[in-house]
Write a protein that binds this ligand. Structure first.
Ligand SMILES: [Zn+2]
Length: 115
């Protein structure tokens, strides 16, 4: 299979899934065409295609805040934890207002060390 084609599912055709916001789960207005998945499975009704594809409400928060995702660098996966930080609390400019941070740095910076 080449990367510029979608292999159709015999059972589910293009096998569409509605794209969702990785933060709140609200639909973002996109449709992902999954085609044939492993074991010819049906695509989930909703999916997150990108950590940067936020819904309008969450995007609006980026006017004043920066979104930081905790990442597990070993398998290059988000851990599911994130935090919004006021822009003026950071010394650096964050392109698009979204940053990825290694687990250890994230813990060091945002976890309470009193327990
Ligand atoms: Zn959202």
């Amino acid at each position: 299979m080449s990367n510029d084609s979608i292999t159709l599912s015999e059972k589910h055709g293009l096998n569409p899934s509605l794209t969702s916001c990785p933060i709140c789960g609200k639909e973002t207005g996109g449709i992902a065409l999954m085609g044939r998945l492993k074991n010819d499975a049906e695509a989930p009704k909703h999916c997150v295609t990108s950590l940067f594809d936020l819904c309008d409400d969450c995007k609006a928060r980026l006017d004043k805040e920066v979104l930081i995702y905790e990442m597990d660098r070993e398998n290059n996966e988000p851990t599911g934890r994130y935090i919004f930080v006021p822009k003026d609390a950071l010394k650096v400019e964050v392109p698009k207002g979204i940053a990825l941070m290694d687990i250890n740095e994230f813990k060091q910076m945002f976890e309470d060390e009193t327990d």
